[in-house]
Design a binder for this molecule. Structure first.
Ligand SMILES: Nc1ncnc2c1ncn2[C@@H]1O[C@H](COP(=O)(O)OP(=O)(O)OP(=O)(O)O)[C@@H](O)[C@H]1O
Length: 369
């Protein structure tokens, strides 16, 4: 099958792809995700996300599909990286097929199965999540949908990757966020709940902190029934936004009861690690400009324990994975089997045509709505 690889600078190159067997391992509104073995040009267990176009992206070639565009700009061990991609035609629809780094478990499913993480693992996973966000911020990208359903893990090895870049945006975009309707409600930051429509990396900081809390406390932090309830829960803990907050966010005053800040310690009832509170207090700020950035979060003492040498043992007896290097932002892609065709638009279009004409078997995603 003909597809594309991605060079370090983000350019695409045509490449021949080969796969072994695969099985369905997840699905979304417009996608099915299969996991299986890639045989060529590299041998690796991968996830293949088959996305069928919605109305806005129906006519886009896969090279221009937004998730491919965004993922071609990033590469980091804590991200489900795009390794290759190809497209297929089914019922006159383009199916965009994204070959991604695979990890076997989804955080939300583990939580539903009652899996609990000890403090060391919770810190290890939180560190990796913030490494991923830090890398995205360095590329001016906001994920916009950080939640346990989009966090994949390898519990044996203690590894985490951020997945699903279907809502991710570049910071310099002139589009608006859609305010209160972006980011899944429990993980939606106050500025979006109040109607702010600007993309900032601080959106991901709020969502990732809510996810981190779940790793430590095994429950959702702010489980609002609707937008108003979500605002009430947040203002109940952090207090009604000050005039300065409102000005900074450029939003109208929220029409909810004015409450005094109750504080995160009281609200969370179960005692967390004191360093964890220090971290949450620095990232759960109503004013997005006052939230600590990911790079600064990674330096906080809450993570000292996972940096200790020799590395500590995890509860499963395995040594902590060496994630210290994950704070570096310039991880290199390995480009395999670059064909001797010139790079650039012409190459890209040629490979796109070839890849379309090689459209193959039909699977259930083509018949699902
Ligand atoms: N790289 C991966 N490795 C393993 N499983 C994955 C991977 N990517 C996605 N999945 C699984 O597939 C599910 C759906 O993937 P994803 O969230 O990317 O699809 P989506 O169509 O964007 O979803 P949604 O409609 O919820 O936005 C995930 O929740 C996860 O369980």
């Amino acid at each position: 099958m003909n597809g594309y690889g991605i060079k370090d600078g983000g350019e695409f190159f045509p490449v021949s792809l080969q796969f072994g067997g695969h099985k369905l391992c997840g699905s979304g509104r417009f996608s099915n995700v299969y996991c299986g073995q890639m045989i060529g040009p590299i041998q690796k267990e991968v996830a293949v996300k088959n996305v069928w176009s919605d109305t806005e992206t129906r006519h886009l070639p896969t090279t221009q599909y937004p998730e491919v565009q965004i993922l071609s700009k990033v590469f980091h061990p804590s991200i489900s990286n795009l390794l290759y991609f190809y497209s297929r035609n089914a019922n006159n629809k383009t199916i965009h097929c994204l070959v991604l780094d695979y990890l076997p478990s989804e955080m939300a499913k583990l939580r539903d199965q009652g899996v609990k993480f000890d403090v060391l693992d919770a810190k290890l996973y939180t560190f990796q999540l913030f490494c991923a966000i830090s890398h995205l911020a360095s590329k001016n990208i906001v994920h916009m949908d950080i939640k346990p359903q989009n966090v994949i893990m390898d519990r044996m090895k203690g590894l985490l990757k951020l997945a699903d870049f279907g809502n991710a945006r570049r910071l310099e975009t002139s589009e608006k966020t859609g305010g209160a309707y972006q980011v899944t409600r429990f993980y939606r930051p106050p500025e979006l709940l109040f109607g702010c429509e600007k993309f900032t990396s601080a959106i991901d900081i709020w969502s990732a902190t809510c996810v981190a809390f779940e790793l430590f406390a095994n429950r959702v932090l702010f489980r609002g029934k609707d937008t108003k309830d979500q605002i009430m829960l947040i203002t109940g803990v952090l207090g009604y936004p000050t005039d300065e907050d409102i000005k900074s966010m450029g939003v109208k005053r929220p029409r909810v009861a004015r409450k005094e800040a109750r504080g995160i310690e009281t609200f969370t009832s179960k005692m967390l690690d004191p360093d964890m509170y220090e971290f949450m207090k620095s990232t759960l700020k109503i004013d997005p400009k006052k939230r600590k950035t990911a790079i600064d979060v990674l330096k906080m003492s809450v993570f000292d324990v996972i940096k200790v040498v020799p590395r500590k043992k995890r509860s499963n007896g395995a040594e902590l994975p060496n994630v210290i290097g994950y704070t570096e932002m310039n991880h290199k892609r390995e480009c395999v089997e670059v064909e001797p065709a010139p790079a650039g638009i012409e190459t890209t279009e040629k490979a796109e045509k070839e890849s379309k004409s090689s459209s193959s078997h039909s699977t259930e995603e083509e018949t699902r709505k």
